[in-house]
Unconditional design. Structure first.
Length: 318
């Protein structure tokens, strides 16, 4: 059963009526309801289109967090052939919030890093809701070093509300691990493309998003802090999250205009969760185009392009 966001209630009401009519037809209580169902379907599509044509930053935040959006594991399954997961940071433990491995993307050998939130209670607990611990970022560094050693392009899928803030993580050097992962991404001598598929939260996201090309799904968000966190700090009132979402400029459209990201991947009307296979295929085409644009550059040219890209962001926003 499809779940609806709060602002999608008009669509939910219409589709509820469609289900009622179908139930009546099956029960033999209505002779012919097809014409009415077709009318309601058209109305539902039009209503959905109107809603999504004017989403606020907060509404985009809700869409980015929709539990039915394609997750990192879905993108990997749909785009990466012969994916072989690699586990552990060789120092402490395995972190299931950070998926890592190697595989083939459209005939090219690649390394993959991805933050996975999980899609039900069991998998969310396993993946710690996508909040990566220090060992996850140290695993990311290990994979980046391996990618450089074997000349593999790097593809990363970003989807986290932020790095795990627990005491254990801090004791094991969370900030240092994030910094080293960020530095490893900036210094990588092979092409790298990062795609924000849902939430790109703070340093927890940029630790694997310091890429030559950073792309975002149309209704994804990318920010230095969550709207709720910003509201709590600025106004000491988390209910002002909607105001914070607008002020933070967290949408793909705002970030493209500011030069923080390089491209936006269009989603179907109603969000990525309404046409998962189409979205994943579209994302694959965008990643392929980005990698091909980088394929002729030397290791030093890749590092220089990446360095200048992020320096330019600081100058623009400074």
């Amino acid at each position: 059963m499809r779940s609806y966001l709060e602002f999608e209630k008009p669509v939910a009401d219409i589709e509820g009526k469609i289900q009622e009519l179908r139930a009546l037809a099956v029960g033999g209580e209505a002779v012919n309801v097809e014409d009415e169902i077709d009318r309601l379907k058209a109305k539902s599509s039009q209503t959905l289109k109107e809603l999504y044509s004017k989403l606020t930053p907060w509404q985009k935040t809700l869409v980015a967090r929709h539990p039915d959006r394609p997750h990192a594991v879905d993108y990997i399954a749909g785009l990466i052939e012969d994916f072989t997961p690699l586990a552990g940071d060789r120092k402490f433990a395995e972190d299931h919030a950070m998926i890592a491995g190697i595989g083939r993307f459209r005939g090219q050998s690649v390394a993959v890093l991805a933050q996975e939130k999980g899609h039900n209670t069991e998998t969310r607990l396993k993946h710690n809701f996508g909040m990566v611990r220090p060992e996850g970022y140290r695993k990311a560094v290990r994979i980046m070093e391996m990618a450089e050693r074997f000349g593999l392009s790097l593809i990363t899928f970003v989807d986290t509300s932020g790095a795990y803030p627990g005491r254990g993580a801090e004791e094991r050097g969370q900030s240092e691990a994030i910094a080293r992962s960020t530095d490893a991404g900036l210094g990588l001598g092979t092409p790298s493309v990062s795609l924000v598929i849902g939430e790109g939260g703070s340093g927890g996201a940029i630790a694997i998003a310091t890429a030559n090309k950073v792309l975002m799904m149309e209704h994804a968000i990318y920010s230095v802090i969550s709207p709720e966190g910003a509201a709590s700090i600025l106004w000491r009132d988390s209910t002002k999250a909607q105001d914070a979402a607008t002020a933070l400029k967290i949408t793909a459209q705002d970030l493209k205009q500011l030069g923080v990201i390089d491209g936006i991947i269009e989603e179907p009307v109603g969000g990525a969760h309404r046409a998962r296979e189409i979205v994943i295929d579209t994302a694959g085409k965008a990643i392929d185009t980005a990698l091909k644009a980088l394929s002729g550059l030397s290791a030093e040219e890749l590092r220089k392009q990446r360095r200048e890209k992020f320096i330019a962001i600081g100058r623009t926003l400074g």
